[in-house]
Design a protein. Structure first.
Lengths: 271, 402
């Protein structure tokens, strides 16, 4: 009897123990670094010509080459935004869906509230890629507008436009002519005009004077300004009359724009 | 003793299983709201995933079927007592991608026997569930058009203009002089008197009540199911078929700026609706005053002078079937359209910048050779979706007489 009582007690104890542990509720996975404190980051995008907000659809600006021009719309992708710290460490805002599509016709795209929490601390500078690098620039990755309307045909390299500036300039006839000033993957052609290779034209933009501090549970707002006139100067003086109204199959034109792109973006404010 | 051991182990398992039973959802209340069968979209490869379906008009199987009947029922016009019948399907013909195949339409006659012509030719009524940029050639029916329903804008505050969507177009179809030329009340009364409908409304909306709101919602649901995605071009993009050499060359012309550059406004393999649904002045005309021009262009919606002479870029799916072309039907054939873009552009300061082949002072165009024109046309013909044009799900219900 004593043995039976012991067995009964042992069994009940085991059952209770197993039941207790096996029925433990699902708990949220704790953060990898629960002690890491963070804040948030918001980017605002602004677009100017000669320091002034753009008067769209009006041909009243003059570029370095002397072309009188105006801007209809600007659309582009900002990716691989990287926050650099002194000592060589850096943090890429790496949530894949967290790229920025900027479209001057769609006001909501002019603000990018970064999803990732940003660890607190001092950051020395910001860099980003204009467009997508060759790994990320995959055809069919967007199916919905407005991003899908940035498609770059597979025949010309695929993926998506890095940048569209739909513009008009006064050509040699003295009348306005449209220009699809678009940057993306370049091509090489054989002697019969058939595409036989591609050139990745994306480039890294470094933002001068972009140091900032993230403090715990606070949001830092950074305005990134596109100085449109700089697309057409330094180091290359871009003349619309040289290349006409379309450039996505003219690598010689696109490379001028890409080389000029290094100082197109500046910081408007950090607050 | 041995049996007792097994007994205790059994008790242990029972306790374990009972203890680990998941929390069950609470029983639904007895007065569960009416639920029709949700309509499930099978989104084709690379087509958009975000659809323009109003929150207060979810798609249901029963709603779509009711909508199909109403779409094709000539008694919807409410003018049966005059011996006059007109439905949406009278002019929006499946075989022409839900256009009429002839150009301008004419409304039912007024009391003087006058049939008013439509101000524009039709747009194809396909893939509209993915249109977020407004309906009609100028995008007037749009969630962004806050003028809709305001006094003096020419359309009433209600019915349906709170939705600013396909539902609103149903009102237009009934009331406009160039369409059914009737009234909502006459339309609703006509439908109320047809015995097949009360059970169908009950199946779709939970009660047999027939009113304009439900009529519009059901028809809109049906229209949203009109998906064309199975042309030869789409099959090629999916890897199921191959282009001929001519079609392939034509497609390359379609997507290249130094070719015909159609793709910026009309899509490509990566944008398979073959339209952006946006608005462009495509260099058809050289003179715009803003006063004497078409009062139904995009400018008259936005007030932006750069929108003078701008109209919605139509989808090119089934383009072979949707002539005559442009908002005013000025081009009778697809050849006319290609010739226009090849050499007939007309310069104006309002032409869209994407019309970069427009060379001042006159116009010009893509300047393709005759062989290239033939290739481009060969590709355009691959955009015909024959399965859509004959799909019985989109056809007039067999038992419907009128």
């Amino acid at each position: 009897m004593n043995e039976l009582f012991k067995l009964l007690l042992l069994t009940l104890f085991s059952v209770i123990l197993i039941a207790f542990y096996s029925c433990k509720k699902d708990e949220p996975i704790p953060d990898e670094n629960p002690s890491e404190k963070s804040g948030k980051l918001i980017f605002k995008f602004n677009h100017v010509i000669d320091g002034q907000n753009i008067d769209y659809d009006t041909i009243k600006y003059v570029n370095e080459a002397g072309n009188k021009y105006g801007v209809n719309v600007i659309q582009y992708f900002v990716t691989d935004v990287t926050l650099h710290k002194s000592g060589g460490t850096s943090m890429m805002i790496d949530d894949w869906t967290d790229f920025a599509y900027v479209d001057t016709d769609i006001p909501t795209t002019l603000t990018w509230e970064v999803f990732d929490p940003i660890p607190i601390g001092n950051y020395d500078s910001i860099t980003f890629t204009l467009g997508f690098n060759e790994v990320k620039n995959q055809s069919f990755m967007f199916v919905n507008p407005p991003e899908v309307n940035m498609v770059w045909p597979v025949y010309l390299g695929g993926g998506y436009h890095y940048l569209k500036i739909n513009t008009k300039w006064i050509d040699t006839t003295g009348l306005a002519r449209g220009c699809a000033w678009h940057l993306g993957i370049g091509q090489t052609y054989d002697s019969s005009g058939i595409v036989n290779g591609f050139i990745q034209n994306y480039f890294t933009v470094g933002l001068p004077n972009s140091s900032f501090e993230i403090t715990e549970n606070n949001t830092k707002e950074i305005q990134i300004v596109m100085n449109v006139e700089n697309w057409f100067k330094n180091p290359n003086t871009y003349n619309f009359d040289d290349f006409g109204g379309d450039i996505m199959q003219t690598q010689a034109a696109m490379i001028l724009g890409c080389e000029n792109g290094h100082d197109v973006f500046t910081i408007g404010y950090i607050q | 003793m041995k049996n007792l051991k097994y007994f205790l182990i059994l008790i242990g398992f029972i306790v374990l299983i009972s203890a680990c039973k998941k929390d069950e959802p609470t029983e639904p209340a007895e007065d569960t709201p009416f639920k029709a069968t949700p309509y499930v979209f099978d989104i084709p490869n690379h087509f958009p995933t975000i659809m323009n379906i109003p929150e207060d008009n979810p798609m249901t199987v029963e709603g779509v079927e009711l909508g199909r009947y109403l779409f094709y029922d000539g008694r919807l016009a409410g003018r049966e007592d005059e011996g006059l019948y007109m439905s949406c399907g009278t002019c929006h013909l499946q075989e022409y991608s839900f256009e009429n195949g002839v150009g301008f339409g004419h409304g039912l006659p007024d009391s003087n026997g006058y049939s008013k012509p439509s101000p524009h030719v039709m747009l194809p009524m396909i893939n509209l569930v993915w249109n977020h940029e407004g309906y009609l050639w100028n995008g007037m029916i749009s969630k962004n058009n806050t003028n809709l329903g305001s006094a003096g804008y020419g359309v009433p505050a209600e019915p349906q203009f709170h939705m600013r969507n396909i539902e609103s177009l149903v009102w237009m179809g009934i009331a406009a002089a160039h369409e059914m030329n009737s009234t909502v009340d006459a339309s609703v009364n006509a439908i109320k008197n047809i015995s097949i409908y009360p059970p169908m409304f009950e199946a779709a909306f939970g009660t047999p009540e027939i009113n304009y709101d439900r009529i519009a919602k059901a028809i809109a649901q049906f229209i949203r199911t009109l998906v064309a995605s199975d042309s030869k071009a789409h099959k090629v993009f999916r890897g199921d078929e191959n282009f001929s050499d001519s079609e392939r060359r034509g497609f390359n012309l379609f997507v290249t700026e130094q070719g015909a550059d159609c793709f910026h406004c009309h899509g490509s393999e990566g944008a398979p609706l073959f339209t952006t649904h946006l608005f462009y002045n495509n260099a058809k005309d050289s003179f715009f005053s803003g006063i004497y021009d078409d009062p139904r262009d995009r400018y008259h919606i936005t007030g932006n002078p750069t929108d003078l002479g701008a109209y919605k870029a139509t989808t090119l799916i089934n383009i072979e079937k949707t002539g005559p072309y442009m908002h005013d039907g000025r081009f009778k054939t697809l050849d006319d359209v290609i010739n226009f873009y090849n050499s007939g552009l007309k310069w104006s300061p309002y032409a869209d910048p994407l019309m970069h082949k427009l060379v001042p002072p006159y116009g010009n165009g893509a300047e393709l050779t005759p062989f290239q024109i033939a290739d481009l046309k060969a590709f355009l013909l691959t955009l015909t979706d024959e399965a859509f044009l004959t799909n019985p799900d989109f056809a007039k219900p067999a038992g419907l007489q009128y």
